[in-house]
Write a protein that binds this ligand. Sequence first.
Ligand SMILES: NC(=O)c1ccc[n+]([C@@H]2O[C@H](COP(=O)([O-])OP(=O)(O)OC[C@H]3O[C@@H](n4cnc5c(N)ncnc54)[C@H](O)[C@@H]3O)[C@@H](O)[C@H]2O)c1
Length: 458
Amino acid sequence: MTSPSLSICCLGAGYVGGPTMAMIAAKCPDIRVTVTDPNEQRIAAWNSSELPVYEPGLQEVVESAREKNLFFSTDIKSAIRESDIIFVSVGTPTKTYGKGAGRAADLKYIESAARMIAEVAEGPKIIVEKSTLPVRTASALLTILRSNSTKASFQVLSNPEFLAEGTAIEDLENPDRVLIGGEQTPEGLEAIEKVVAIYARWVPREKILTTNLWSSELSKLVANAFLAQRISSINSISALCEATEADVDEVARAIGRDSRIGPKFLKASVGYGGSCFQKDILNLSYLCEHFGLPEVAEYWASVVKINDWQKTRFSGRIIRDLFNTVSGKHIGILGFAFKKDTNDTRETAAISVCRDLLAEGAKVYVYDPRVSEEQIREDVLGKAENPNLIVVKSALEACSGAHGVAVLTEWDEFKTLDFQKIYEGMLKPAFLFDGRNILPHQELKDLGFRVFAIGKSF
Ligand SMILES: NC(=O)c1ccc[n+]([C@@H]2O[C@H](COP(=O)([O-])OP(=O)(O)OC[C@H]3O[C@@H](n4cnc5c(N)ncnc54)[C@H](O)[C@@H]3O)[C@@H](O)[C@H]2O)c1
């Protein structure tokens, strides 16, 4: 490219860093965008035709800009040196050790990114938090940056990402809002304007919200907490529906007509998954406790508790319906990703359901159209071996000879399976457990299946 108007880079080429930076590059051909990661395999994949992240439309966006103004590299230091704006999109998983283990966010990747930036940066740099972070992390970042660098000056902004996996490209192209928080000083406001100007190339100005740093950091955690709370609310009601002959889809339709509630995100299921909801609520709850608000902490922690319960309730129902034992029985699992149109399996309900069934001695046959066998094995078994976990290449294979079949991801292809053929190939009575409420239940019952669906009492 001819000399760029601006150079930006991103630390972290994951589910967020890759797609968000590809969209910026595609929309701003005069900006040079470098996405970096120490993981060589991941960078090689971003530079190939087999991208490490599956998202509808992503390949086209990447290919439209790659090697023109979009680059993927493991040379993090050079990218930092050459960039005016540095996005940080590294992982912030739940801490597994020490204080706050199981609840607090592990900030080791973000801190090491900050130290690397401080080590090599020269001149004025804008650092943008893209990762989801505990409120007030920017103040720690600024301290690390400013006390470890004499050659650079820094502004730290918060620009949390609201994309949903599975619809990332659509969400990035046409976001509900873009949020940018920064210090309310002349320098901070100037930095905010620079990042606003990037998004304003394709996002209407009225959708770009600017706030102080802390409101921006906190809003991301709160948005995820509200979304997850809505799912746990409808899932909790699904259990009551099963006990009372109410139908959870009918209840959702009825309450969703109330304009104060609205119709979206009221689909009952086996439980939410994904890398964010659980970790972000646990983190929010931990923060509340840290700031002396135990009642608020407990309120939000209960959202995760209901989700865990919903997953166990589902595997419990399979076991109960199969005459209280699944030992030696063949259970087909349709779908492993945490939702359709993604290959991401982090915190997917399928992990917990498969583990519960394996613990009861079942032979679990798993099929997912996008998730690799290695990934499924690692998620369910870790480093252990278990011959009862069998990963197969088609839905039909997973169901053939099964005592029961469970749908755990709402992939569209499951809606149009030949259930007559599946029924014929299963042991009788043939049980079907619809953990996503996507199948035509009456038709399946007419074929002879015994059907269980979330929040239904037939
Ligand atoms: N996945 C989502 O749907 C989603 C949505 C919104 C926000 N977020 C948030 O975005 C952040 C990133 O999430 P993700 O799903 O992309 O994670 P990810 O695990 O897919 O990617 C993170 C990447 O950062 C890399 N990395 C670690 N240290 C680095 C360093 N010093 N320099 C450069 N790269 C480094 C890792 O190798 C990894 O490839 C998290 O805070 C997450 O909560 C995720």
